[in-house]
Design a protein around this ligand. Structure first.
Ligand code: NAD
Ligand code: TDX
Length: 335
């Protein structure tokens, strides 16, 4: 069992990173340093209410070696969430994805090598490519890498760097590849918050292609508890898949949102499909369940979604400043 007293959370002002920081505050005693560049996706407000005695926010870039030399020797572990994360943006401009996702991970690994620091890498199921809609198989830790988009290919590259730094230099690493997260504080560019906030603004939700694509949804709090289990109990050098058996067609997710929000379930627009759009993701999470005893707590997707709708309803000041420019960008892309 690895028992860190202090953890650096990169990307801790983003969606999942900030939920993980809150989870750590509520469930552990660790001291937390958040390293976040505050890109368009980062938000200081995501850490509002966390105790300053436990959490320190450092605004900076994971590619900044001098800053890493200051921060990394003072922590027992790094949990690395920081990344460019939106597939559509990666198609429009892949450059920041190569820099933050590949080079950023490289700089952190080098710092861990230098200071003997434990490293947990947060990755995605998208590194495995996609499955056919009528396929009954799911991704496992043994599935070959086959990423489709600029985003997922940079995440796959970063995973491979982590594996190499473990094998070649003996850096103490673990990797987790998780399915699609939903929950509070997710940027309005992403599918679920985009549709909820469209309805709240009186605009029509937008569905790509024919809506048959399948995503495997997990509540962000369940992702956080799984990451903690891998960090503290996972085997060094290993990969763990994280998922909560939450497969849903996009069309069905959208209809559930519309129904929960009191709208007609056909009250949306079909829009241009994403180029190279992955058809289906599905996670077999047997390894983390069996070896580490992890279980998701949010198993009722509709109930979880209703909670997220409430959060966006009650936190308009959080998302409204982002909404106009996100929709202007989508509109230029015909989406
Ligand atoms: P997000 O876009 O909401 O947040 C990313 C955060 O990283 C932001 O706060 C941003 O400011 C920060 N950041 C980006 N580049 C940086 C840099 N160079 N230096 C320092 N900080 C930087 O992302 P998210 O959805 O919370 O995803 C977090 C991680 O989880 C990513 O690694 C992503 O690949 C992975 N992941 C996400 C999902 C999902 O469904 N969202 C699923 C599986 C894995
Ligand atoms: O307006 C939309 N309409 C629509 O139909 C948007 C924004 C998306 N979609 C579709 C595309 C996908 O099939 O919804 C699905 C989910 O889209 P995103 O929220 O963009 O997520 P996805 O591309 O599946 O990737 C997400 O999960 C894996 C995260 O953004 C990644 O960071 C993570 O690695």
């Amino acid at each position: 069992m690895f028992e860190p007293n202090s953890v650096m959370v990169t990307g801790g002002a983003g969606f999942i990173g900030s939920n993980f920081v809150r989870w750590l505050v509520d469930n552990t005693d660790v001291r937390i340093v958040v390293l976040d560049k505050l890109t368009y996706a980062g938000n200081r407000g995501n850490l509002t209410g966390v105790p300053e005695s436990r959490v320190k926010l450092v605004v900076g870039d994971i590619c900044d070696d001098a800053l890493l030399d200051e921060l990394v020797p003072c922590v027992d572990a790094i949990v690395h969430f920081a990344a460019e994360t939106h597939n559509d943006n990666s198609i429009a401009d892949p450059a920041p994805f190569v820099s933050s996702n590949i080079e950023g991970t490289y700089h952190l690994l080098e710092a861990c090598r230098k200071y003997g620091t434990r490293f947990h890498h947060i990755s995605t199921d998208e590194v495995y490519g996609d499955l056919d809609l009528d396929d009954t198989t799911r991704f496992t830790e043994a599935t070959p890498y086959c990423p489709s988009s600029p985003y997922s290919s940079t995440k796959a590259a970063s995973d491979l760097l982590v594996r190499a730094w473990h094998r070649t230099y003996g850096v103490a690493t673990t990797i987790s590849n998780c399915s699609n997260n939903y929950g509070p504080r997710q940027h309005v560019e992403k599918f679920i918050p985009r549709q909820i906030t469209n309805v709240l603004c009186g605009a029509r939700p937008k569905l790509y292609g024919d809506g048959s694509n399948v995503r495997d949804w997990i509540h962000v709090d369940d992702h956080s508890s799984a990451v903690w289990d891998v960090l503290t109990k996972g085997r060094l050098g290993d990969t763990y898949l994280i998922g909560a058996d939450g497969e849903q067609r996009n069309l069905d997710v959208l209809r559930t949102i519309l129904t929960l929000m009191g709208k007609d379930s056909d009250d949306f627009d079909w829009v241009r499909d994403r180029p190279g759009h992955d058809r289906r993701y599905a996670i077999d999470a047997s390894k983390i369940r069996t070896e580490l005893g992890w279980r998701p707590r949010h198993v009722d997707f509709e109930e979880g979604l209703a909670g997220v709708i409430d959060w966006y309803r009650e936190n308009e000041s959080w998302w409204m400043p982002l909404k106009e420019s996100v929709e202007a960008t989508y509109s230029m892309r015909g989406q």
